[in-house]
Write a new protein. Structure first.
Length: 416
């Protein structure tokens, strides 16, 4: 077993595992192991050891070591002992050694363990005066080469990351240029269609009849419907469904909500994201069981509205927040079958919400809606469900207005 001075080990602990070295210090504390060995924590004497470190030192004394029992008498003693040890792998910033033997010639003490005659211990040579073994030079060379290789690999990885980042930057810049060109074309088309709409409106649009006591506007059935811009889908939005607070039996599967099979609690489910700008269309398909007679509905609610388990959105209130809905029974009523959707327009003044059933615009719509709303749906029966089939941002409203349309103002009491 090759020997190394302790200070050389401290300079590169990983390079000298399995080598032999010497150190001096006091036995500070011990920890007994299940295999009969003992781990001692050493109060290190740097002067006698001719080395220095600020990290803890532990010595493992195996069960079969002849010095094991004798060491116990010096636990907590002020006597400085000298240890000859095998270097173990360093773990958790702790230097670890395995005791080979002790040398007890300090302070006139001699060990009771017999020393083999004819094998005098060599004097301790200061570490900086010891000749460096060829194996040590070779180990350092191997270590240096490995560090150089790792540095080169890290440099290659860094260069590759820089290339990837530059490529991504170019791709993003190209996408921005393409988006700017698309927005320019859309603006030009929008301006052209607005001019055509204004020309048509001057010939065909008739003013709506106002009934202040109803807080609504009625378009005469004979009124021609003005031409509108062609609607374009600008983006597909990924919806997120929110379970009612306290509902642990119903479930959400991607864009579908399935009512529990254990009960027929009322379930009002809000849909994210919150709508704050632009024109957004949300399409739903309801699936009801064969014996269902309870109403289903969908609509919009203030963005801060939260529904609890068993709570219905009826009467336009939920936890002190307002809602508006289209139902298969009740206010703004119609028979909901097939697909239905609500179109929220945050770009117009006033802001509006228009309802469609199987693609047909309904005569009742809501205006002066809040500046931030969520879509919601309501179901009741066991195993009933609904699915969000579309959630889209539009370039212009698809609502054209229908003969007899009635506008109902948000926040006012409605008389139907």
């Amino acid at each position: 077993m090759s020997s190394i001075h302790l200070q050389q080990y401290f300079a590169n602990p990983a390079a000298y595992v399995g080598w032999k070295t010497k150190l001096s210090g006091k036995l500070q504390s011990q920890k007994n192991q299940n295999d009969g060995s003992v781990i001692y924590t050493i109060e290190f004497d740097s002067a006698l050891s001719q080395a220095s470190t600020d990290q803890p030192i532990q010595i493992v004394v195996e069960r079969s070591n002849p010095y094991k029992d004798e060491l116990i008498t010096y636990l907590g003693n002020k006597k400085v002992l000298e240890f000859e040890c095998e270097i173990l792998p360093k773990t958790s910033n702790i230097h670890k050694f395995r005791l080979i033997k002790t040398q007890w010639d300090r302070d006139l003490y001699h060990s009771n363990v017999p020393i083999i005659q004819g094998q005098p211990q060599p004097p301790v040579i200061p570490w900086n005066q010891q000749p460096q073994p060829a194996q040590d030079v070779y180990s350092q060379l191997i270590t240096t080469q490995e560090q150089l290789r790792q540095t080169q690999e890290q440099l290659k990885v860094s260069e590759q990351r820089v290339k990837i980042a530059e490529q991504q930057r170019r791709e993003i810049q190209e996408q921005l240029w393409a988006k700017d060109a698309e927005n320019k074309l859309l603006k030009e088309e929008n301006d052209r269609l607005k001019s055509a709409q204004n020309l048509n409106s001057s010939f065909f649009q008739q003013p709506a009849i106002q009934y202040p006591f109803l807080d609504r506007a009625i378009i005469p059935a004979s009124a021609p419907i003005p031409l509108q811009n062609q609607t374009t889908i600008l983006a597909q939005i990924v919806p997120k469904l929110n379970l009612p607070v306290g509902d642990t039996t119903s479930r959400i599967e991607e864009t579908s909500f399935i009512h529990s099979s254990d009960n027929n609690y009322s379930c009002a489910i809000t849909v994210d994201p919150i709508i704050r700008e632009g024109i957004v269309r949300c399409e739903l398909v309801f699936k009801r069981n064969n014996y269902s007679h309870e109403p289903v509905s969908f609509g919009i609610a203030e963005s801060s509205c939260i529904f609890n388990k068993g709570q219905t959105p009826e009467k336009g209130k939920a936890n002190g927040h307002e809602t508006v809905r289209y139902s298969s029974k009740g206010n703004l009523s119609h028979i909901i079958k097939g697909f239905s959707y609500v179109e929220v327009n945050m770009s117009t003044i006033p802001r509006t919400a228009v309802f469609f059933v199987e693609g047909v615009e309904q005569p009742n719509y809501v205006f002066n809606i809040p500046s931030a709303v969520r879509v919601f749906a309501y179901i009741h029966d066991i195993n009933s469900s609904f699915q969000i089939t579309k959630f889209e941002k539009l370039s212009s409203p698809s609502a054209r207005g229908v003969p007899g349309s009635q506008g109902w103002e948000w926040g006012k009491e409605w008389i139907q």
